[in-house]
Design a protein. Structure first.
Length: 618
């Protein structure tokens, strides 16, 4: 549902288009090294700041002179906004104490962005697509610059990351750009409701540049999900191009189409299996993550655990799984999980059966709109980008990557505009213009002010978090704890922040406060590190049973870790439980190393000594 306005001048539309184009391609290249999570935090700061002029441009369009408003209802807009509303209400309904996470703040700004895109007239939508393509081309060039060592990557372990913090999001964004470019070449005569040869030629040049330069860098990224996404989109467009090569009423066309529908799924399955065997441990690790998510879903089947709340549950469920079952091979590949690596499984787990059914309705509505689109070729270009995101999401964490979410919202909004049926209520507010327009103006100014304040707050909060971390690294724990305490109001529901704050308090010898903060961290993002830190604090306070439980929980969560078992053995030995100390020490000595390191060798040397001493004493 959007307010759509007619103008005597296209200036407001041009201003809105310019702000949206800048938002689609500029913010993803901005990172602030003075911020905690410099890339993700920087993206959010810039995007939240860009939403201010976007909202201002929307307001300008609404209050422009000589404009008569009328209400337009599109099916896709209505369904998408209802889905947004369900996700937000479900998050805070499931976990009222969850607060505002980074992803939930992004989600709110994405709703504003979607509304702005919906307000934009159809004839300007190609400009948004060009913004996305230009962004992809710049990412490709940054990737080559990093590969040839002209610039440094954003990760010390990977040579090519683009403007992202690791190769995964980078390859996903390149795959989406390639999908749009490939579809653009196959459907280059798409008229997008308003033909323009100049736009088409410029888009074609951009598409060819992205394809020629993007494919090699995508292969260098070694992202299996991204490669599969590009392959499937290529096949979709090849199928769509068959009628151009062969007459649709000929026998050859029917035979070729039948062969294509059989061969392409088989080739896709074979490619998927081949990519899986390139890194079997990684694939098995993801299968384990999905198995744990199944257990979470079975306990919360109807409405799930709430958007972006899965990290509140996952590690605890993984610990329970390994405490009761779990093969040796699964124990070897288990880790401290931050992502589900499958957006569909994550969505079902977080939003349950009800949310999943509604998502299916939205997808079916999108396909129906695509089928009946005014310009089917341009709709197919946009759908190719969405398809690439959907396939990439099968094996990645696309919902955690803001630039990809912005592209998805832009493409869905563009397809929604192509719906042939729109419910138009002509001039419903004609008699209320004298009241309506000033009210919109005042409300918009108020929203702009609060958005400006929020953007500043986000920036300074993440900057001060980085400063607090600096004090911690410099071992000025008192100052670090003081700095963290000032940020507690903003990050009191962020598990990573709470863990760092709790450890700073612990090293400042404020054990009671540290236990309180780490107990809260266990609620929002339980992990072996949180359990170990809590165990050490309980041991300091001679609460040995509680300490033992924490060390056992840490061991169950990630069985491959040596350190929690090492702490248990030391605890048992120091409290005179020599039989238990000997049992745990023997387990550690028999345990296979996943990664050889000096720390593990030191642990095993100490365990030999504890085993020998314990055997003498019991």
């Amino acid at each position: 549902m959007v307010f759509k306005l007619r103008f005597s001048s296209p200036t407001p539309d041009i201003i809105l288009t310019a702000t949206l184009v800048i938002a689609t391609f500029l913010f993803s290249f901005c990172s602030f090294h003075e911020l905690k999570e410099s890339v993700k935090g920087g993206n959010l700061v810039i995007f939240s700041a860009l939403c201010i002029p976007i909202l201002g441009a929307c307001c300008l369009r609404l209050v422009a002179k000589n404009v008569t408003p009328y209400l337009v209802l599109r099916r896709m807009d209505f369904l998408v906004l209802l889905l947004f509303l369900f996700i937000l209400l479900n998050r805070f309904g499931q976990q009222p104490q969850a607060g505002l996470s980074l992803n939930s703040i992004e989600f709110a700004y994405l709703i504003i962005f979607y509304l702005a895109c919906s307000l934009l007239p159809a004839k300007y939508t190609k400009a948004l697509l060009m913004g996305i393509m230009l962004s992809g081309l710049i990412e490709v060039l940054i990737g080559y610059s990093q590969f040839f060592a002209f610039t440094a990557s954003n990760h010390k372990l990977f040579k090519v990351t683009g403007s992202f913090n690791n190769p995964g999001p980078f390859s996903g964004y390149i795959a989406i750009s390639l999908a749009l470019a490939i579809a653009g070449v196959f459907n280059r005569n798409a008229r997008e409701m308003h033909p323009s040869k100049r736009w088409d030629k410029l888009l074609l040049v951009l598409n060819l540049m992205v394809i020629v330069l993007g494919l090699p860098i995508l292969l260098l990224s070694h992202s299996r999900a991204a490669i599969l996404a590009v392959f499937v989109v290529l096949m979709i467009n090849l199928i769509g191009y068959i009628p151009v090569l062969i007459r649709s009423d000929s026998a050859n066309f029917k035979r070729l189409k039948s062969v294509a529908f059989v061969l392409i799924p088989l080739i896709s399955i074979a490619l998927t299996m081949g990519l899986y065997y390139l890194n079997v441990d990684s694939g098995n690790g993801r299968l384990l993550v999905w198995k744990i998510c199944k257990n979470i879903f079975l306990d919360h089947p109807f409405v799930g655990v709430g958007y972006d709340n899965i990290k509140m549950y996952y590690m605890s469920y993984q610990g329970k799984y390994f405490a009761l079952e779990g093969s040796e091979s699964e124990q070897r590949i288990a880790g401290n999980v931050s992502y589900v690596f499958n957006e569909y499984i994550q969505f079902i787990t977080e939003n349950g059966i009800i949310g999943s059914i509604y998502l299916c309705v939205v997808i079916l509505a999108l396909l129906y709109t695509l089928k009946r689109a005014v310009d089917k070729k341009f709709a197919l270009v946009c759908f190719s980008g969405i398809a690439a995101i959907c396939i990439f999401s099968l094996f990645s964490y696309a919902s955690d990557i803001l630039p990809i979410k912005v592209v998805l919202v832009t493409l869905i909004s563009t397809i929604a505009k192509m719906d042939r049926k729109q419910m138009i209520f002509s001039n419903p507010l004609r008699k209320l213009n004298a009241v309506f327009l000033p009210s919109v103006f005042i409300l918009s100014l108020t929203l702009l002010y609060f958005m400006f304040v929020k953007a500043k707050e986000i920036y300074y909060s993440y900057r001060d978090w980085k400063t607090a971390e600096h004090y911690y690294v410099e071992k000025d724990y008192e100052q670090a704890a003081s700095s963290f305490s000032k940020l507690y109001q903003n990050f009191g529901s962020d598990g990573s922040f709470l863990m760092e704050y709790g450890k700073a308090l612990s090293l400042s010898l404020k054990d009671d406060e540290a236990i309180s903060i780490l107990a809260r961290a266990k609620i929002f993002a339980n992990s072996p590190n949180v359990q170990i830190a809590l165990g050490n604090l309980y041991q300091n306070k001679k609460m040995y049973s509680a300490a033992d439980e924490c060390y056992i929980s840490a061991s169950d969560m990630v069985p491959v870790m040596f350190y929690p078992r090492y702490l248990r053995a030391k605890l048992y030995f120091s409290t005179g439980q020599y039989l238990k100390a000997a049992e745990v020490a023997a387990q550690i000595l028999k345990k296979k190393q996943k990664v050889f390191s000096p720390a593990v060798r030191q642990i095993k040397r100490e365990m030999k000594e504890i085993l020998q001493e314990s055997q003498k004493r019991y």
